[in-house]
Design a protein around this ligand. Structure first.
Ligand SMILES: Cc1cc2nc3c(=O)[nH]c(=O)nc-3n(C[C@H](O)[C@H](O)[C@H](O)COP(=O)(O)OP(=O)(O)OC[C@H]3O[C@@H](n4cnc5c(N)ncnc54)[C@H](O)[C@@H]3O)c2cc1C
Length: 332
């Protein structure tokens, strides 16, 4: 393993086909492998392939009609799921790529000097360039019990997808997002209740904890600590949600907002200030976002038709050409 560096040439967020090919292209252009780091949320690379492809699947090279002529270092022909994973494994090994697993990136900030700080948990990495390759399949964490279809349109996993005003709402969670949802929903004139399964709030920053406590002391939010939802039910003839808590308590709400961690790729990009269009994030022909030195790769920039593995490989190659022209001192 390489020693930790204080400044990387490139931090890549997500180690799927797009992220891995980006790192390979960088090393191929003469950027030292120790100056490139991949941060991957799950415990292994290519989480989407592992999770969503059936084991017996034929991985096709022209998936969804993307009949791609390969232009970069990586290219797959028709193969099995395992062969595809082995192929990516071999590039990680041969190019001595540094991949940090269980590093889910939550924050990316641009410094005044143009460099970026990329943070996963309590660890941050400073870099000249950043490539975001998190795919499109991320999702917020969901509860373990089912949400009946009759009320699914009343249940949300973020506060931005629908504006809710003057309703009786329940926020479920115990972290910063949960507190922020409660503050926002109260500001929109809603009657807010807050359910957290632990007896004590411990996962919030001081500011969010204080604001939540203030709301509770002013009667603006009903705090229900130590409450665990057992099941949801749709009320007959209304769109109200009947919430059954463990221990027998039952309450009714118009909406539930879950803040159980995780986020959609779209919200992740919006959160770091990337401009979104109907087709996805706004990028140049070389996949650079509106923020100089920050590139968006793979399925995220494949548009509504969806992407493919070879397309992700090719786009990494194109982006690397631009990165060498504009930002890094490529030796080859
Ligand atoms: C069921 C199915 C079948 C498919 N079949 C084919 C096929 O036969 N042939 C083909 O070419 N294509 C196929 N595709 C499409 C192909 O899988 C995608 O185009 C390709 O995986 C896109 O690569 P990516 O790197 O952009 O995203 P992904 O493969 O989704 O990789 C993204 C990586 O980023 C990680 N990540 C997410 N969020 C974070 C974060 N915050 N911090 C750090 N890491 C993060 C994820 O864990 C994941 O490992 C299929 C897709 C599906 C869903």
């Amino acid at each position: 393993m390489y020693p930790e560096k204080s400044l990387y040439e490139m931090v890549i967020v997500g180690a799927g086909p797009a992220g891995i090919s980006m790192a390979v292209e960088a090393v191929d252009k003469g950027i030292a492998a120790e100056d490139v780091i991949l941060l991957e949320k799950s415990e292994d690379h290519s989480f989407s392939i592992r999770k969503f492809y059936p084991d017996s699947k034929l991985v096709t090279s022209n998936y969804k009609g993307h009949d791609v002529t390969c232009i970069g270092k990586l290219c797959i022909g028709d193969s099995s799921k395992q062969e595809t994973l082995d192929y990516l494994d071999k590039f990680i090994e041969d190019y001595k790529l540094q991949v940090k697993y269980n590093y889910g990136v939550e924050e990316i900030q641009k410094l005044k000097n143009g460099q970026y700080v990329v943070c996963a948990g309590n660890e941050c990495f400073v870099s000249k360039t950043v490539c975001i390759a998190i795919g499109v399949l991320g999702r917020p964490n969901k509860p373990s019990y089912p949400i009946p279809s009759a009320i699914s349109s009343q249940v949300f996993f973020d506060v931005t997808s629908k504006i809710v005003e003057k309703k009786n709402v329940l926020v479920v969670g115990g972290g910063d997002s949960a507190s922020e949802y409660a503050q926002y929903l109260h500001a929109n004139g809603n009657k807010v209740s807050f359910s957290y399964r632990r007896e004590k709030i411990s996962r919030m920053n001081d500011q969010n904890k204080k604001l939540l406590e203030e709301m509770v002391s002013k009667g603006q939010c009903q705090l229900m600590l130590g409450t665990d939802i057992e099941k949801l039910e749709a009320e007959e003839g209304t769109k109200k949600i009947i919430v059954h808590f463990k221990g027998g308590d039952v309450k009714k709400f118009d909406h539930i907002f879950y803040a159980l961690g995780g986020t959609t790729p779209e919200n992740f990009l919006k959160g770091i200030g990337i401009k979104m269009t109907k087709e996805g994030p706004e990028v140049s022909d070389f996949f650079e976002s509106g923020q100089e030195g920050l590139f968006i790769l793979g399925d995220l920039t494949a548009g509504k038709g969806g992407g493919s593995i070879n397309l992700a490989f090719n786009n990494s190659h194109r982006a690397m050409g631009e990165i060498c022209d504009m930002y890094l001192d490529c030796k080859k």
